[in-house]
Design a binder for this molecule. Structure first.
Ligand code: S3P
Length: 466
């Protein structure tokens, strides 16, 4: 295919002013986690896989380009007048059928793409080189290198297991039995994808259940996979390798991690009433929605149904008076990407919100723990990071009037733009182009509900927080 990735947009400053109310319906883009997995599984199946609702974010387009570079045929969805985007089509090569890429695989900003594809590459006896943007090149890859090396694959990475990294896959795949020290769906999925290529059963144990989209997608393609919750709370997942996969139709639900931004925006902007259609409500992803309800949110799931093995619903949300809560560390796996926007909700909630067990937040697209504590403080909110906890005292209307440096992190950018929607004065971000990794139409869709997001000349920006 011709490269599906356009060069990353130049950095763009953007301000968010106080909105009067947010009202209307919105469909947020497709789930990022499921979109990556759909493309990868399509490339490993024989024949045609169709993917409806694929996220057209830069992260996912990188995975599409990588699967094309590895020999799959990937065809973009066409514009069909009146019906939105037609499905993407992938013609896969079958398990073991991928071929050596001619060039470096550039995964952009995407930790999920890099780690899942590392799992696939571990099974192919050729050498691939993987890199990414400045944010991804800082993130730890050792967590996948350690288990995947046990299959016989060899990795050469920069100090501390950082990208760029070369992978020479195993000529004779060995099934794995791996107990992961970290609750990470990316690590689990990398091992399972490697295991798909090995004879016999591969087992991975994670310390707590994390999002199970890989397991659900495997089942959708007819792979034998089972999960067992162990008495100590750990989750044991076993996959039987070397199945014969044939193409499937996949429908990708809207991403609950993207829905999180309009949901919190509607809660904190007075007089709001918003409906979000077709949102994935996989119970391993809905920790934020549970927490918001505990805080007093008027948030209802309607029209619950199932699509391609994933539960979905329409979400109806009305602005609500929130109160602070303590969020236990045990909830982190089901809302790991939602702490930045929860911290924004907490800024509007009466009393203290305490979020524990957030060590993983330091190794996301940015150090989200520090950036949220510093950025909220700059906007006049009482907030601090204490060890692995984030503590926010809310209630008074945040002052705003700051420009936040987002450090290539889409969720930091969207979180602070939501904060600006209900602060006294505008909040700006130094680089809104990062948002395109997961939510390309964020600005248009939010403004369609009544938000006031606009480009501002650098000279008019409030002071920058680095
Ligand atoms: C993801 C898993 C999570 C999450 C990321 C997507 C996935 O990362 O933060 O945005 O699709 O498997 P970890 O595995 O590092 O927790």
């Amino acid at each position: 295919m011709s490269s599906p990735v356009k060069s990353a947009s130049p950095s763009k400053v953007m301000a968010s002013g106080r909105a009067n109310s947010l009202t209307g319906n919105m469909t947020v883009p497709g789930d990022k986690s499921i979109s990556h997995r759909a493309l990868i599984m399509g490339a490993l199946a024989v024949g045609e896989t169709t993917i409806t609702g694929l996220l057209l974010g830069e992260d996912v387009l990188r995975t599409a380009a990588a699967m094309a570079a590895l020999g799959a045929r990937v065809e973009r969805g066409d514009k069909e007048p009146g019906t939105g985007l037609g499905p993407w089509r992938v013609w896969g090569r079958g398990i073991g059928g991928l071929t050596e890429p001619e060039d470096v695989l550039d995964m952009g900003n995407s930790g999920t793409g890099a780690r899942l594809i590392a799992g696939v590459l571990a099974a192919y006896p050729f050498t691939s080189i993987m890199t990414g943007d400045a944010s991804l090149r800082r993130r730890p890859m050792q967590r996948v290198i350690a288990p995947l090396s046990q299959t016989g694959a060899r990795f050469m990475a920069r100090a501390g297991g950082r990208l760029p990294m070369a992978v020479t896959g195993s000529p004779l795949m060995m099934p794995l039995m791996y107990e992961s020290p970290v609750a990470s769906a990316q690590v689990k999925s990398a091992v399972l994808l490697a295991g798909l290529h090995a004879p016999g059963a591969t087992t991975v144990i994670e310390p707590a259940p994390t999002r199970d989209h890989t397991e659900r997608m495997f089942r959708h393609f007819g792979v034998t996979v089972d999960s067992t919750l162990m008495p100590n709370g750990a989750n044991k997942v076993r996959v039987v390798g070397q199945p014969e996969l044939s193409g499937r139709a996949i429908v990708v639900p809207a991403d609950p991690s993207s829905a999180a931004f309009p949901v919190v925006a509607a809660l904190v902007v007075p007089g709001s009433h918003v409906t979000l259609r077709n949102v994935g409500i996989n119970p391993l992803r809905t920790g934020l929605f549970d927490t918001l309800r505990e805080m007093g949110a008027d948030l209802v799931f309607k029209n619950r149904r199932e699509e391609a093995g994933e539960p979905v619903a329409d979400l109806e949300v009305r602005s609500s008076k929130l109160k602070g809560v303590t969020v236990p560390a045990s909830r982190a796996p089901s809302m790991i990407d939602e702490y930045p926007i929860l911290a924004v909700a907490a800024a509007f909630a009466d009393g203290e919100t305490r979020m524990d067990g957030l060590a993983e937040l330091r190794v996301k697209e940015s150090d989200r723990l520090s950036l949220m504590a510093n950025g909220l403080t700059a906007c006049g909110v009482t907030a601090r990071a204490e060890g692995d906890s984030l503590i926010v005292r809310g209630g008074a209307q945040p002052r705003g009037h700051a420009t936040i440096a987002v450090h290539l992190d889409h969720r930091i950018a969207m979180s602070f733009l939501v904060l600006g929607m209900a602060s006294e004065k505008a909040v700006a971000v130094d680089d809104a182009s990062a948002i395109a990794t997961s939510f390309p139409d964020f600005v248009t869709l939010m403004n369609g509900l009544g938000a006031k997001l606009s480009d501002v000349p650098a000279t008019d920006m409030p002071p920058v927080v680095v």
